[in-house]
Design a protein around this ligand. Structure first.
Ligand code: AMP
Length: 375
């Protein structure tokens, strides 16, 4: 693959915050940005050179994006895989469409993880309501039932603690079709490893993030994750194993559960920069967004070494006002807001990054700020 160079145009499918942060990184090097999003003035549209406003599967709009761009990437995984495949025939999409197809469907994702020989929680595909009753017997409780497609931030899943919860499980299958039942993993920590790979096969990983969720939404990432060295090594090995198995080009975020025994189970994958990697903008020698751009433009990848320990906290709709009010009090906080107009409850509006010599002190400072007290 030829190298894509400054002055050329990177097309981004999706105008959210991930696209915006990709665009900002790319523009530093002198790239131009074209973006496709159904909403005008999207977070990425605000910083792009060319804004195309249309549905993601609108073939004319995709053709217009192809005409405007020298290379195309995406910032979210719910693009129609066939439309992306079609687009790949008329434009350069180094990431391809296969990874999108796999990560859109938990069945294909689990099968791929099995092929890559990485451990996942034991699971069974549940095709219909009757199978739920038949299969759960051998499977046991507690379990988690997840829709095969469309779930995010805890939506589209039901925890099954006992037979009494099966009715709720049945309702999920009725509404969404086949599901996957997984053993519930009593994990000690959730972590993520973000891998980049370019088309020459060079890989890097970001420092491991330890992720704290509240109401199924990422609240905080603590980096480096507080893990035994051999557990960290295993996490990185597993992430690279997946990246190599799928011949990744671009970015892959690998979410994992860590048990107190040090055992690791891969939970899910995202084929794009990830919320739990935002800390890298300030805290790494190369951010996940810069590295993504380097990977898809076939540049050599740079070191992602951690400059300083760091905590990243998400700013949801309900946190915007108190965060803005507190700017004068916390000179050590880097404030990121994504330019979204409506600060709806639980909508991701921005994040705060705090580099620190002392993680515990910083976690105490975050608590003492009272900003996140209601989440
Ligand atoms: P997911 O949409 O698969 O990322 O799941 C959202 C959240 O639900 C995860 O971050 C976990 O906190 C929890 N979760 C999902 N699957 C399991 C599992 N098999 N065992 C324990 N917790 C889970």
């Amino acid at each position: 693959m030829n190298r894509i160079l400054p002055g050329q145009t990177i097309g981004i499918i999706g105008g959210g915050q991930l696209g915006r942060m990709m665009a900002l990184a790319a523009k530093e090097a002198g790239f131009k940005i074209a973006v496709l999003d159904p909403a005008k003035n999207s977070p990425c549209g605000q910083v792009a050179d060319i804004e195309i406003t249309a549905a993601f599967d609108d073939r004319d709009a995709l053709k217009a994006l192809a005409d405007a761009s020298d290379v195309i990437t995406y910032e979210f995984e719910n693009i129609n895989a066939e439309a992306l495949e079609w687009l790949g025939e008329i434009s350069l999409i180094p990431q391809g469409s296969e990874l999108i197809r796999i990560t859109q469907n938990r069945r294909l994702e689990k099968e791929m993880l099995d092929r890559a020989k990485v451990p996942v929680a034991s699971y069974k595909i549940i095709e219909n309501e009757q199978e739920l009753y038949d299969k759960i017997e051998t499977f046991g409780f507690p379990a988690v039932l997840k829709t095969l497609t469309g779930g995010y931030d805890g939506k589209g899943q039901v925890k099954l603690n006992s037979v009494e919860d099966l009715l709720e499980g049945e309702a999920l299958i009725k509404q969404h079709g086949p599901c996957v039942a997984e053993s519930f993993v009593s994990f000690e920590k959730e972590i993520s490893v973000i891998v980049h790979r370019n088309s020459s096969g060079q890989t890097t990983t970001l420092p491991i993030a330890e992720n704290v969720h509240l109401n199924h939404i990422l609240h905080e990432s603590i980096v480096p994750a507080r893990l035994e060295p051999e557990v960290s090594r295993l996490a990185i090995t597993l992430a690279l194993q997946i990246a190599d198995a799928i011949e990744l080009v671009g970015t892959l975020a690998v979410e994992m559960f860590v048990k107190d025994t040090g055992e690791i189970f891969v939970n899910e994958l995202a084929p794009r920069p990830h919320n739990s990697g935002h800390f890298s903008i300030e805290a790494c020698e190369t951010s996940q967004f810069h590295q993504h751009i380097r990977a898809i433009c076939n540049w050599p990848l740079k070191s992602t070494a951690l400059i300083k320990p760091v905590v990243m906290v998400n700013v949801l709709g309900q946190h915007v006002e108190p965060v803005v009010e507190s700017i004068g009090r916390y000179a050590n906080w880097s404030i990121h807001l994504y330019g979204k107009e409506q600060p709806k409850e639980n909508r991701k509006m921005g994040h705060v990054t705090i580099m620190t010599a002392n993680i515990n002190e910083t976690l105490n400072q975050i608590n003492a700020s009272q900003i996140w007290k209601t989440t």
